[in-house]
Design a protein around this ligand. Structure first.
Ligand SMILES: Cc1cc2nc3c(=O)[nH]c(=O)nc-3n(C[C@H](O)[C@H](O)[C@H](O)COP(=O)(O)O)c2cc1C
Length: 134
């Protein structure tokens, strides 16, 4: 089997996504990810995304190329890319959490933090992992 890798990025939308747009995105992503054996988690809050994707190197490279070119969001910024021995989000073809409403949480803190903090891979990963069982 090819090397497994994990990739985390953040991005923003010009106009906030509504529920329908988020659902459409997830339907397409989940179907494609199942086919390509890609797992992960997508967080959304008020027009900002953070996503972790994991799978075989070539599949992740291709998906991140597509995601980077996707005009439905901008400022796609790579936060982390590393080889992994096993998946951390194995249960999800693409888990999803909209944290636009509700209590402040790790993701909100992360988004409101300084730009340099947003590029801290350990911090980004901790935020994503904190949503794994919520
Ligand atoms: C925030 C965001 C997350 C996305 N996540 C995925 C994903 O996990 N899997 C996927 O196949 N497409 C995902 N997409 C869609 C891709 O950007 C792209 O539209 C899709 O891979 C199809 O690309 P193609 O039309 O060039 O084949 C995502 C798009 C956005 C805006």
């Amino acid at each position: 089997m090819e090397q497994l890798i994990q990739l985390i990025y953040v991005s923003s939308t010009e106009n906030k996504f509504n529920e329908q747009q988020l659902n459409d995105l997830l339907t397409v992503a989940r179907e494609a990810n199942k086919k390509n054996n890609i797992t992960g988690l997508l967080l959304y809050k008020d027009g900002d995304f953070m996503q972790v994707i994991e799978g075989e190197k070539s599949a992740i490279k291709q998906l991140f190329t597509n995601i980077s070119r996707d005009e439905s969001h901008t400022r796609v910024t790579l936060v982390l890319k590393e080889d992994i021995k096993q998946r951390e989000f194995a249960d999800w073809s693409m888990g999803f959490k909209d944290v636009s409403t509700g209590e402040p949480d790790g993701f909100s803190d992360f988004l409101s933090s300084s730009t340099s903090m947003k590029l801290m891979p350990g911090k980004a990963k901790a935020v994503l992992l904190s949503f794994k069982y919520t």
